[in-house]
Ligand binder design. Structure first.
Ligand code: AMP
Ligand code: ZN
Length: 137
């Protein structure tokens, strides 16, 4: 628990939230400023700043829970698709520095823009990048 962290307070119930699910590891809430109707956040109760800090066991449990919540949202909301998004760092759009996973239901004509312009990359550069990442795994 980090004293000045709003999601620590929400996850542990110190600040009320629109909770759709809770267990000993996670709280799932409705986003207060939803991107679309039914936008949910999965928040671990333990504080992790971002994906780099998350341990494998929590990550496994988290994604398992995400599949369950996603199916429940699909059935309850009748959405036609779903984006699962997770931001790390200010440049990537992270505004709350406590790891969380966004589940964003998609509807025909919802106007949400989550796509990017595809870039060209040469074979050599791809290979260089592939090797650099592989070396660090
Ligand atoms: P991110 O930009 O990935 O860090 O996402 C933070 C998300 O938390 C945003 O979608 C906010 O709307 C949402 N949010 C911030 N404060 C609250 C709160 N008190 N209750 C519910 N959602 C919140
Ligand atoms: Zn926190």
């Amino acid at each position: 628990m980090k004293d000045d962290c709003i999601f620590c307070k929400i996850a542990t119930g110190k600040i009320p939230s629109a909770t759709v699910y809770e267990d000993s590891h996670f709280r799932v809430i409705l986003d207060i400023n939803p991107a679309t109707k039914g936008h949910c956040l999965i928040i671990p109760k333990e504080h992790f700043d971002n994906v780099y800090d998350l341990d494998g066991e929590t990550a496994g449990k988290l994604f398992s829970l995400a599949t369950c919540i996603a199916r429940a949202m699909r059935d309850a909301l009748g959405c036609e698709g779903m984006n699962i998004v997770q931001n790390n760092g200010e440049i990537a759009g992270q505004t709350v520095l406590h790891f969380h996973l966004h589940l964003i239901p998609r509807y025909e004509g919802d106007g949400l823009q989550l796509t990017w312009k595809p870039n060209e990359v040469g074979e050599e550069e791809l290979e260089e990048i592939r090797k650099a990442i592989r070396k660090e795994i």
